[in-house]
Write a protein that binds this ligand. Structure first.
Ligand code: SF4
Length: 530
């Protein structure tokens, strides 16, 4: 089979590393190691605070296998210098701090590209349009800190049943480990055939996929064999995240070697305790760890707060003593907008991230599920989920309602929505006719009572152009203002209007999809955001 071209985000990732010379790569790897210990290790922080001179600081850095001078990167970690980070004088004085901030900026830009260009635009336009709407919704619903960091990969595969690690904070409430899916002749044949189907169904969007969910890759000793098949099918080596990188060092090293060979996306180790952080630093050199991000969940870490979802939310709601380690507010650790495939159970779930709640405790909505028997059946099941859930149109038989997390505010003649994450959207148009329709349309939608056809008829009788009304409803649907989840729609009640500005601190949504879709008003009727 001809290998797929690399998606823009893969090219961007590889270009980032090709642009760095050996010395820069080395410096970045060692800055990374130093920051990991400063953030994740309270004993290291204390030792640093006690250093009396530059020599002692250098010796401390050397003790963790780090050969940069921490005094060269003060704005990255020292409270007295943080405010200078990125300032022109600081760039001149501490050029290595700038090397790091620029590197991180480019890694973030790479994730934005995964999100914005990772969809199946050519291979599956209906699915692509649905995924874009989920991106718009989560940006608005979960806010800039969380929503904008979710990259919405299109597919993930579980290669085990459950997870043996059993983290108390598991945001997707992984079940107990109940065996792995071996790379037997039969399973390998099914796996390869499924990936041929996936290439046809989703094309280069498969270059956003990965092979774990409520599972840990290390629970499957054949994991790297599946990974290589994935690479052969899609010209892409998926990301690996594991919470037990030291359990099977040979397997971990094989995965790290594959990263070195293809360099498609950064891997991650979740660090659950300080002992593991120290052991990882003992086992792997700073340079070997350049392609691995450490997610510091250990309690000594200054960044150890857990997402309020799954088991962590359960602890939070029950007032457990671990509650203080859980963030307040809407949260999720889910990232996929597309398909969650469990290979041992031969089960596909169509999913998308939402704020974890009593309705969806694990932070993702399940739109539909299918059991499959073989690769052909897998393809049919995926397509039937797309056909059922990616109509990209409102159900004419159901009442129209704003999303459950939105409030409406009437302020100074403007109508704005504000999400729980305090992302605001202003309903406005320079076109007088559009403004007049909006003024009558929004209160009707807020009642959560009338079906789309009834609203169009009512506004038609009131003298508005029905085509214009229908077009605006489509626009608002495309920017994910309406509730699409039947579970929440069943609970929808008329919205209370607030006759004042949203709470101070709310920010006007600058999401580019929002702007392009609504500001075009009538002209974009029926057009999807692209
Ligand atoms: S967080 Fe990851 S490693 Fe921990 S229990 Fe959940 S799936 Fe397993």
């Amino acid at each position: 089979m001809e290998s797929a071209a690399n998606a823009p985000h893969v090219q961007q990732y590889q270009a980032l590393f090709s642009s760095l010379n050996d010395e820069q790569c080395h410096d970045l790897a060692h800055i990374k190691r130093f920051l990991e210990r400063i953030v994740g290790d309270n004993t290291f922080r204390a030792a640093f605070a006690e250093c009396e001179d530059a020599e002692a600081i250098l010796a401390l850095a050397r003790s963790i296998g780090c050969d940069i001078d921490p005094l060269d990167i003060l704005p990255l970690f020292h409270a007295n210098f943080l405010e200078q980070k990125g300032l022109p004088e600081a760039i001149e004085r501490w050029p290595k701090h700038h090397l790091w901030t620029e590197y991180i900026r480019q890694l973030r830009a790479h994730l934005t590209t995964v999100k914005e260009m990772g969809g199946p635009k050519e291979a599956n336009p209906k699915l692509h349009r649905w995924r874009l709407r989920q991106i718009i919704r989560t940006n608005n619903q979960l806010g800039y800190h969380l929503g904008h960091h979710i990259v919405h990969p299109l597919i993930t595969f579980e290669l085990s049943d459950g997870c043996s690690v059993g983290c108390w904070f598991c945001g997707i409430s992984a079940e107990k480990f109940n065996g792995y899916w071996p790379y037997s002749e039969e399973n390998a044949a099914l796996w390869q055939a499924i990936h041929q189907q996936c290439q046809t169904l989703m094309g280069t969007a498969m270059q956003t996929g990965f092979c774990y969910w409520a599972t840990d890759p290390m629970d499957n000793p054949d994991y790297d064999k599946f990974l290589m098949d994935y690479y052969r099918a899609h010209n892409y080596l998926p990301q690996t995240t594991t919470a037990v990188p030291l359990r099977n060092i040979e397997l971990t090293r094989r995965i790290m070697d594959l990263y070195q060979r293809y360099q498609h996306i950064t891997n991650r180790f979740s660090v659950l305790n300080l002992k593991t952080l120290k052991a990882v630093h003992e086992e792997f050199t700073a340079d070997e760890m350049m392609g691995v991000e450490l997610v510091l969940h250990n309690k000594e870490s200054t960044q150890c707060k857990k997402s309020n979802a799954g088991r962590a939310q359960e602890k939070f709601n029950k007032g457990s003593k671990l509650k203080s380690q859980v963030n307040e507010g809407d949260s999720t650790i889910a990232c996929v907008s597309g398909f969650l495939v469990n290979m041992p159970k031969r089960m596909i779930s169509m999913v998308t991230p939402v704020a974890a709640s009593d309705v969806w405790p694990n932070g993702y909505r399940i739109l539909g599920e299918r059991q499959f028997t073989d690769a052909d059946d897998f393809a049919k099941s995926i397509q039937s989920l797309v056909d059922e859930h990616c109509t990209n149109a409102l159900d004419p038989s159901l009442p129209l309602a704003f999303r459950h997390d939105l409030d409406l505010h009437m302020y100074d003649g403007e109508v704005r929505s504000a999400s729980n994450a305090r992302i605001e959207h202003t309903f406005e148009s320079e076109n007088e006719k559009v403004s007049a329709v909006l003024a009558d349309l929004l209160p009707l939608v807020a009642q959560a009572t009338y079906r789309p056809g009834e609203i169009i008829a009512k506004l038609g009788k009131a003298g508005h152009n029905p085509l214009l009304v229908a077009g605006l409803i489509d626009n608002l649907f495309d920017i994910a203002m309406f509730e699409e989840d039947p579970k929440f729609l069943a609970l929808a009640e008329p919205l209370q209007w607030h006759h004042e500005s949203p709470e101070p601190g709310a920010s006007v949504s600058s999401d580019r999809f929002n702007k392009s879709a609504i500001s075009n008003g009538v002209q974009t009727v029926g057009e999807p955001p692209s």
